[in-house]
Each structure stands twice: as structure tokens, then as C-alpha cells.
Design a protein around this ligand. Structure first.
Ligand code: NAD
Length: 400
């Protein structure tokens, strides 16, 4: 029997919801590329309920306990005194979400001799030291595609929010104002602009598709070029590298994973090559951008705005400069954990666990690391190496 330790975010401050704004969510069977949605034998939750917080337990408790497994659920994940640090020493399986990542460093992996399987309930497994996972023979899997469309919608929303100066305008309403000039002195239309996508995978491609009707000029860079038919259908211009892309774009939306090739890709040097007044939206990973370089570029006006929902570390300490930098429209890491997405990734985690316990293979597209090397989506989208840090800094976050 296995010990499964699961790190999830806190319940809402007013307690676990008793009702929801809507009674159901759309039933989908396939993702846009034909991949089938998760196919667990059964689920023990109602799709559309809050599953990603501690009381939601990803809908797994009955399944795990009925099968004789031990199931630990905690929010306490950072620093040496955390519950996670204590429980991982005899855990067989660890589950966490990128929105509240259990940083699984090499030191922590070394403390967990029984650990075999690490599941990301979501997409993006950079909170795990993938090199240490490869060296230790662990399997790392994520729920590929579960929230890619959710994130693409959020990215489009944040592009429009920045350009149309939505959040400051909303704030004038709440302050009883009617300050049209204050609202519009930074407001522009997207129409006619050049938009650049870094990483045209599941999310990046969905953003391109969604932006097509805005009558913009669409550009992308990726280490895998899209098929000619896709480029023609959307009228895309391919750039062999990110420098060539950013030089001509008015808006850049980042959608590649965080791995050694992409860490701090957006640093002072790259930012200085962009047109003055470019907007960046980053819903990929915080560390793809150099934190302080972004602040400097907003302060100088080199960037007109920055938005996204990913930070480093997560949660960011209270004095993280992105909380207070000018002209930002950041949210906490929420884009991939809509109630719609939660139903998909909770079912995906269940599917992976069922496969694992039954000795059946996990779907190749879910694999990040297996058998000592990158596999599945990991082999396609990541490079080997490690850049998982952050747990000590995240421990400085204090709820207020
Ligand atoms: P994907 O694997 O389908 O696409 C990633 C793309 O990035 C691939 O096409 C890959 O070739 C490309 N890429 C890799 N290295 C690159 C580089 N150096 N330069 C340019 N392109 C590069 O994954 P996806 O579903 O589109 O997700 C992408 C990332 O978005 C995830 O890895 C994760 O970090 C992030 N994400 C964030 C959230 C959120 O809630 N904010 C949710 C899901 C995923």
C-alpha cells in the first residue's frame, strides 16, 4: 500500500463553498488536437466543484482510502518545518499543483527514499528538480492539455486588459470617479498590432488562434516549427529566435516551459532590443523573466505594461517587487485552475494513479521523466538540467 502526500492551496477565506455560480460545466471529450480528455475508470467528485484546495482533496480520498492507501493533504509546503518536509520522508507518491507548488529539490528527493512517482496536477513540472528525478529513477507526470485552453483565454484577457487599461479604469469606478482622461491616457486598440508568441505549443497555438480575428499580425518562435498548413491557416510569421521576434512585436506573450534554455530569457539585454512601449504577458513561468529587469523596464517606459499570473517563487514574498511595480495587471497563479480545469486535472491525476496501481503504462503524453530520462511531453518541450529553488524564499510569504 502506498503513502500519497498531496500539497494543495488553502480553502477560500470564508470556508469551502456551499454553492457555485453555475450548476454545470460543458462536457468535452477531446482537446483541439484530438487528444482524449482524462479517462479514469471512475471519479468521486462533481465536475465544477472546488477540487484544488485542501478540502477539495482533488476528489481522491475515497478512491485512495478504499484501496488501502494512506492519503496526506496539506498546504504547508515551504521551509524545513513544513508538513510536506516531514511527510515526504516515507511517501511513495507526491502530488502538487503549479499554483501552490511543492518545491521538490534534490535535497528533498534525497530525503525520500521510497518516492517513485511525482504528479503535477496541472501542466509545468519545473518545481521538481527534473535532473535529480532522472538521476533517482523517479517517474514525473503532468496532465498535459488539462488547462492549456484555460491559460490561453487568460492570456488573451490580460493582453486586452493591459492595452485597454482595464484595471485602472475599473478602479476609477470603484472610487466613485468618472475620470475618462485618466482612464484613456494609456489605452490603445490591439487592431493592427504585431503580436509575438514565444512557444507555440498547446497554449501558444491556442492564443494565436484566438487572436486571429482581431486583425493583427501574428508571429511566433518555437524550437519546433509548426506545420506549413497551420502557419498558412493563421497567417503566421515564424522567427528562428526570440530576438528576431521581439524586435518587431508590440505585444509578446510567453508560453514555453521553464527549463535551463528559457530561464531569464527576458533579461535586460533582450528587453533593450524590444520596441519602446511593448507589452509582455507571461502566463508560462515567472523565472522566464528576470524579475528586476522587468521592474526596471516598466519604470523606464521600455515596457508599457506587464501582466501574467506566474511568479517566482510562489507564493511570492509580500515584498516581491512585482506586487507594486508600475503598469502591471498581475493576478495570482490562477489561469490554469478554473473550476473547468480542475475537473480535468483531478480526473487526470486519478487516471495516472489508477494506471500506476494497476501496473498499466501512463499515457506517453503525460510523461515528463521516466526511466532516467526526459520522456513524453518532457522530451518534446524541456531540456535536461535543474533550476528548482525557491522554497526558502516562498516561506517568507505571510497571509495578511
Ligand atoms: P506544450 O508542451 O504544448 O508547449 C510548449 C512549447 O514550448 C513547445 O512547443 C516547445 O517546443 C516550446 N519551447 C520549449 N523550449 C522553447 C524555447 N527555448 N524557445 C521557444 N519555444 C520553446 O505546453 P503547453 O501546454 O503549451 O504549456 C506551456 C507552459 O505553460 C507549461 O510548461 C507551463 O510552464 C505553462 N503553464 C502555465 C499555466 C498557468 O496556470 N499559468 C498552466 C499550464 C501551463
Amino acid at each position: 500500500m502506498a503513502k500519497v502526500t498531496c500539497v494543495l492551496y488553502d480553502d477560500p477565506v470564508d470556508g469551502y463553498p456551499k454553492s457555485y455560480p453555475r450548476d454545470d460545466i460543458p462536457k468535452l471529450e477531446y482537446y483541439p488536437d484530438g487528444q482524449k480528455l482524462p479517462t479514469p475508470q471512475k471519479i468521486d467528485f462533481k465536475p465544477g466543484t472546488l477540487l484544488g484546495c485542501v478540502s477539495g482533496e482533488l476528489g481522491l480520498r475515497r478512491f485512495l482510502e478504499d484501496n488501502g492507501h494512506e492519503f496526506i493533504v496539506t498546504t504547508s509546503k515551504d521551509g524545513p518545518d513544513s508538513v510536506f518536509e516531514r511527510e515526504l520522508v516515507d511517501s511513495d507518491i507526491i502530488i502538487s499543483q503549479p499554483f501552490w507548488p511543492a518545491y521538490l529539490t534534490a535535497e528533498r528527493i534525497a530525503k525520500a527514499p521510497k518516492l517513485k512517482l511525482v504528479i503535477t496536477a496541472g501542466i509545468g513540472s519545473d518545481h521538481i528538480d527534473l535532473q535529480a528525478a532522472m538521476n533517482g529513477g523517479l517517474t514525473v507526470a503532468e496532465i498535459t492539455y488539462c488547462n492549456s485552453i484555460s491559460v490561453s483565454e487568460h492570456a488573451v484577457m490580460q493582453i486586452l486588459a493591459l492595452l485597454h487599461n482595464y484595471i485602472p479604469s475599473y478602479e476609477w469606478v470603484v472610487k466613485n470617479g468618472w475620470n475618462i482622461a485618466d482612464c484613456v491616457e494609456r489605452a490603445y486598440d490591439l487592431e493592427g498590432m504585431s503580436i509575438g508568441i514565444v512557444g507555440a505549443g498547446r497554449i501558444g497555438f491556442a492564443v494565436l488562434k484566438r487572436l486571429k480575428p482581431f486583425d493583427v499580425s501574428l508571429h511566433y518562435t518555437d524550437r519546433h516549427r509548426l506545420p506549413e498548413s497551420a502557419e498558412n491557416e493563421l497567417g503566421l510569421t515564424y522567427h528562428p529566435d526570440v530576438e528576431s521576434l521581439v524586435r518587431i512585436c508590440d505585444v509578446v506573450s510567453i508560453h514555453c516551459p521553464l527549463h535551463p534554455e528559457t530561464e531569464h530569457m527576458f533579461n535586460d539585454t533582450l528587453l533593450s532590443k524590444m520596441k519602446r512601449g511593448t507589452y509582455i504577458v507571461n502566463t508560462a513561468r515567472g523565472k522566464i523573466c528576470d524579475r528586476d529587469a522587468i521592474v526596471r523596464a516598466l519604470q523606464s517606459g521600455q515596457l508599457a505594461g506587464y501582466a501574467g499570473d506566474v511568479w517566482f517563487p510562489e507564493p511570492p514574498p509580500n515584498d516581491h517587487p512585482w506586487r507594486t511595480m508600475p503598469n502591471h495587471a498581475m493576478t495570482p497563479h490562477v489561469s490554469g485552475t478554473t473550476l473547468s480545469a480542475q475537473a480535468r486535472y483531478a480526473a487526470g491525476v486519478r487516471e495516472i494513479l489508477e494506471c500506476w496501481f494497476d501496473g498499466r503504462p501512463i499515457r506517453n503524453e503525460y510523461l515528463v521523466v521516466e526511466g532516467g530520462k526526459l520522456a513524453g511531453v518532457g522530451a518534446h518541450s524541456y531540456t535536461a538540467g535543474n533550476l528548482t529553488k525557491g522554497t526558502d524564499e516562498a516561506a517568507r510569504f505571510k497571509k495578511e
